[in-house]
Design a protein around this ligand. Structure first.
Ligand SMILES: Cc1cc2nc3c(=O)[nH]c(=O)nc-3n(C[C@H](O)[C@H](O)[C@H](O)COP(=O)(O)OP(=O)(O)OC[C@H]3O[C@@H](n4cnc5c(N)ncnc54)[C@H](O)[C@@H]3O)c2cc1C
Length: 375
């Protein structure tokens, strides 16, 4: 049996893996990346036209330093790739005054002095007549927010990694990862690799790669829906920001019309968890679509409530939605898991953390709450 040696093997070349390969290769590490599907496949967590980027953060102000660094890296990747990856249109958060998520947004902008505008209900209606706003709602426009283009972003990170010498292999499922005294043995169907270190970034397939994840993450199918407005000009990028809205337990997020005819208005988790990605539904009952259409049109009255397009994608969630980022006891295997429906915006800073965790004991932006023990 011949064994190929590498500094670092990255397992999974989706959102985190592509960025880890880029940031590791940029540090001069010899990287081999292994992806079970063709590179740039449609099955993972990184497809569906757009992802929100926001710094005024519903999930808590603890994430803001990571988000500010992520934004710098998104801009760097844009410059290197000569592509628009981050649409700098701002993100509008709308919620009921005093509710936890909008309170976290306000705490984020105050604590970190983020550029923003706060609106009461009357000013929200005047600024965004596209929305039906209730009297108890407020809005915060996060000027550093916007929309990411996930397929182009992952492609660009892989392209950078490759140009820096990384060897990237599609159609190469990893079957086992075994830590030994002299390194980590990574087994595929045809090859064996011995790496100094391994990054595990398997997304919704991660439990098969790291047994520590079994009871810590669940796989949820997430729905994306697009609706036709009466006047597309009202939702053009520039006329409307990306947005996120919570009201009475109904959570929506979305993006302006990027392809020129429909608006993305998508719900939070609205389907039960599944055992594995293969058991995930890819088509939806009309009752589910009707409910989503009613809720979207209640917020944006000019939308036709029948979605013009929808898709279903997997993501792995932890109980608290705090991601798992941790090393094995030997320090040789670094695992990313449970990005919990809000991980894309962090991708390049997670890639940077992956590289740092293979070298440093305590990277400045690492938070102990990400550890397995923290869950
Ligand atoms: C519909 C939807 C909307 C979202 N919206 C937002 C948003 O607006 N903003 C935001 O920040 N986040 C958002 N998220 C969350 C974010 O997109 C995900 O958290 C993130 O993409 C997950 O990244 P990942 O690297 O963990 O998984 P993935 O990107 O899926 O990558 C995992 C990769 O590992 C590969 N792999 C797995 N097992 C193996 C193996 N054994 N061998 C080789 N390769 C393997 C997979 O094939 C895959 O390519 C959304 C997620 C979804 C699904």
């Amino acid at each position: 049996m011949s064994v190929t040696k590498a500094d670092v093997v990255v397992v999974g070349l989706g959102t985190v893996g592509s960025m880890a390969a880029w940031r590791l290769a940029e540090r001069g590490r010899q990287v081999i990346g292994l992806e079970q599907f063709p590179l740039m496949h449609p099955f993972g967590g990184f497809t569906g036209e757009s992802r929100l980027f926001r710094t005024a953060y519903h999930e808590g102000s603890m994430y803001v330093p990571l988000l500010l660094r992520a934004r710098e890296l998104w801009v760097e990747l844009e410059q290197l790739s000569h592509r628009d990856l981050l649409l700098k249109v701002g993100t509008l958060s709308v919620g009921q005054q005093g509710a936890a998520s909008i309170s976290n947004v306000i705490e984020s902008v105050r604590r970190h002095d983020l550029p923003h505008t706060t609106f009461d209900a009357e000013h929200l209606r005047a600024a965004y007549p596209q929305m039906r706003v209730h009297d108890d709602e407020i809005g915060v426009l996060d000027y550093l927010g916007g929309g990411l283009r996930p397929e182009a972003a992952v492609f660009s990170a892989l392209e950078q990694a490759r140009s820096l010498g990384a060897q990237l292999c599609g159609n190469t499922p990893v079957r086992s990862i075994e830590e030994r005294g002299d390194g980590v043995l990574v087994q595929t169907d045809d090859d064996t690799y011995l790496a100094e270190q391994v990054i595990v970034a398997g997304g919704a397939w991660g439990q098969k790669l790291d047994p520590r994840l079994t009871d810590l993450v669940k796989i949820y199918p997430l729905i994306l829906t697009w609706f036709m407005p009466q006047r597309i000009q009202d939702f053009a990028p520039g006329a409307f920001p990306t947005f996120i809205r919570d009201r009475d337990g109904v959570h929506f997020f979305g993006a302006p019309a990027l392809e020129g005819y429909s608006v993305k208005v998508s719900p939070d988790r609205s389907l039960p968890p599944v055992e594995s990605v293969t058991s995930m539904p890819r088509t939806l009952d009309s009752a589910v679509l009707e409910k989503l259409g009613r809720e979207a049109a209640a917020f944006f009255p000019s939308l036709h409530p029948e979605p013009v397009h929808y898709s279903v994608h997997p993501d792995a969630f932890t109980e608290t939605k705090v991601p798992i980022i941790d090393r094995s006891d030997s320090g040789r295997v670094v695992t990313f898991a449970g990005l919990s429906g809000h991980g894309f915006k962090f991708a390049p800073v997670y890639g940077e953390l992956a590289a740092q965790l293979t070298e440093d004991d305590a990277p400045a932006l690492y938070d102990e709450r990400f550890s397995v023990a923290g869950h």
